[in-house]
Structures are given as C-alpha cells and as structure tokens.
Design a protein around this ligand. Structure first.
Ligand code: GRF
Length: 198
C-alpha cells in the first residue's frame, strides 16, 4: 500500500475526493496517511481530522527564514515516510531540494488544460478568469508530476481528453439535444404570444 501525503492550503475538496475514492474503492493501492497545510485555518485540516488522518500546519510565517521553513517542511515529509506526495491546492512553492529528493513522486492538480492558463499568477479563480477572458470554450484540469518549473512537469492525465468521437457525443448530449428543443419552444411561445396580441 502506497503511503500518500496530501499538501493543502484551502478548502480541501480535492482531498475529500481522494478520501471518497479510497472509500468507494476507486483508489485501492494507496492510502492517505498524512495531510499538511501551510494555513492553520484551512478547512482541509478539519476534513483530515474527521477522517482520522494525521495532520498538521507548517506555516512559513512561523519561521524566521525561508530556509528554516524548508527544513521543517522536509523533516515532516521525511518523518512520514511517504511514497507519494500530492499537491491538492497547495499554494506554496516547494524547495528545490524536496523536488530533487522526491522526483517522480510528487503530483499536482492544476485547474486548466496545461499549457494553457498556468504558471505565475495562475491559481484559484484567476485561472478561470483568464480562461473566460481569453474566450476559450473548453477548459478542464491537469494532473502532472512536479519538477522545478511552475506547472511544467510531465502531464499524467487531463480532462477533458476528448477524441473527435467523444467530443461529438458530448456536444450532442450536453448542447445540441438541449438547445434545439429549447429553441423550438422559445420560437413557438413567441409565435403564440404574437398571435394572442393580434
Ligand atoms: C483546486 O482548484 C485545484 O485545482 C487548485 O487549487 C484548488 C484547490 O481546491 N490547485 P480545494 O482546496 O481542493 O478545494
């Protein structure tokens, strides 16, 4: 069983999805054993505690220097003997030393289709603001391995990951078959209203 540590900063809905996937059997070969937050009030910590998972906050603001924070972070990760580290909305840049030591064993989820809308300044709602203001009609999420770059490591999975056939099906189910009947009804109602007035 792979020992997984999840690093969080906020609400922890992704953490919850992982825990739910363990329960439902979608995840069978890994177990979250540790949750770490940089933010003491992150609701993700409450979720971890409710699930009986060891959790703690290690905040940069409790240390005099960035190096001291990095040392404490690395010490905690080492202590937990983790096989896999999952960044699930963790808003702190990892020290290079940690990336080197755990190369290939750290994954991150990013809420866009990398290489679009990622990198510096692309976090939280800002990612979606960028996508909308750019006018994209399709966006999604990417899970990738973490390297020294920002949102740059090898991509593991993306969604949507359409083929022309699955995209055709989705556009039909979610758009065409909804829009066409609705347009007919709107048209008919407008015609009926016009007739009532005449
Ligand atoms: C998610 O959108 C995730 O993709 C991004 O940060 C957000 C975290 O949300 N990296 P939550 O804390 O898992 O609810």
């Amino acid at each position: 069983m792979l020992r997984v540590g999840v690093l969080v900063s906020g609400g922890g809905t992704n953490l919850q999805a992982i825990l739910d996937a363990e329960k439902s059997g979608v995840i069978r070969h890994a177990k979250v054993v540790y949750v770490l937050s940089n933010n003491a009030s992150a609701y993700a910590l409450t979720r971890a505690a409710s699930a009986g998972i060891a959790n703690e906050c290690i905040s940069p603001s409790s240390f005099e220097t960035r190096e001291d924070f990095h040392r404490a972070l690395l010490a905690a990760i080492e202590r937990e003997q983790l096989d896999l580290i999952v960044l699930a909305g963790y808003l702190v840049k990892l020290p290079d030393e940690m990336i080197q030591r755990y190369r290939g064993r750290i994954m991150n989820i990013h809420p866009s289709l990398i290489p679009s809308f990622c990198g510096k300044g692309a976090y939280g709602l800002k990612v979606h603001e960028q996508a909308l203001s750019r006018g994209v009609k399709v966006t999604g999420a990417t899970v990738h391995l973490v390297d020294e770059g920002l949102d740059e490591g090898p991509i593991l999975l993306q969604k949507p990951d359409d083929t022309p056939e699955t995209l055709q099906r989705r556009v039909m189910e979610e758009a065409e078959w909804v829009l066409l009947p609705r347009a007919i009804e709107d048209y008919a109602r407008a015609a009926a209203e016009r007739e009532d007035k005449a």
